[in-house]
Ligand binder design. Structure first.
Ligand SMILES: [Zn+2]
Length: 268
């Protein structure tokens, strides 16, 4: 589990739009970690109402009220007691509410904590206000995954994803494994590792892309195999180019393995 600050793309995106005073009208935060999502939503909401110099300043009355969850311009929309879902009526009420001017801040913020618990009817009701949002209103939707929402909703929102990219991790591991196998000269193991890529060009592209990054990282850290790695780095570009043609996939895998094995004989 990670906090939102650790997700560097999200953190820089958020800090940028706050610093330039351009907080989007509709923000979708996806992630499985409830705390991280809520903290991020609260941070943006506090920045939106803050009247200090660098928002959220933490010192002004608006910040204090926001931190105490008692700011009149920040509303939390949650399912009614005893109900699992957000009702259409709740969303309609929110829509009416959104056209009321802010009480004490410059902006009003509506945090929809369980956006995934809206049926399509409720989502369509929300869509109407997302399409023509009142100027001083910010909607923040929280969901475990954007995929559970209507595409029309997703396309209206700026997405802040706190989902850790499992694919990324998978290919990083595979790429490092490949480098280690290459350096130990295990041709058969390399072949076994890469064979599943035969089935998908996209997977192969992800792998070689990640391999280039991992190789570059090892070169940067300083490796006794610098020359082999240099050549491997060039080769990954070559494989990525080949993938753009309609090369036969099993052939590409064999080529990558035999060429890589050959690299080990280059003098370092
Ligand atoms: Zn403040």
């Amino acid at each position: 589990m990670i906090s939102w600050q650790e997700k560097s793309t999200v953190a820089s995106n958020v800090k940028n739009f706050i610093a330039s005073r351009r907080i989007p009208h509709a923000i979708l935060i996806e992630g499985v970690n409830e705390t991280a999502k809520r903290e991020l939503a609260a941070y943006i909401a506090t920045a939106a109402v803050c009247s200090g110099e660098s928002a959220p300043c933490g010192n002004c009355l608006n910040c204090h009220q926001a931190n105490a969850k008692s700011h009149p311009d920040i509303s939390y929309i949650v399912p009614l007691e005893g109900k699992k879902n957000l009702s259409v009526d709740q969303i309609r009420e929110l829509r009416t509410d959104a056209y009321v001017k802010p009480h004490s801040a410059e902006k009003r913020v509506f945090i929809i904590e369980y956006a995934d618990r809206m049926n399509p009817q409720a989502q369509n009701a929300l869509l109407k206000v997302l399409e023509e949002p009142p100027a001083d209103v910010i909607f923040i939707l929280l969901t475990p995954s954007k995929t559970v929402l209507l595409d029309t909703i997703i396309s209206r929102c700026v997405l802040l994803s706190l989902i850790e990219n499992a694919q990324e991790t998978k290919y990083t591991e595979m790429a490092n494994q490949f480098i280690d196998l290459l350096l130990s000269g295990s041709e058969y193991e390399m072949l076994k590792l890469l064979t599943p890529l035969e089935k998908s060009r996209v997977d192969a592209e992800n792998f070689f892309g990640e391999l280039a990054l991992c190789v570059a990282e090892r070169i940067k850290k300083g490796s006794v195999h610098a020359r082999t790695l240099d050549r491997l780095f060039d080769d990954t570009k070559y494989y990525l180019d080949l993938l753009k043609t309609n090369i036969n996939m099993p052939l590409l895998i064999c080529l990558a393995v035999s060429r890589s094995k050959g690299l080990l004989n280059t003098k370092n």
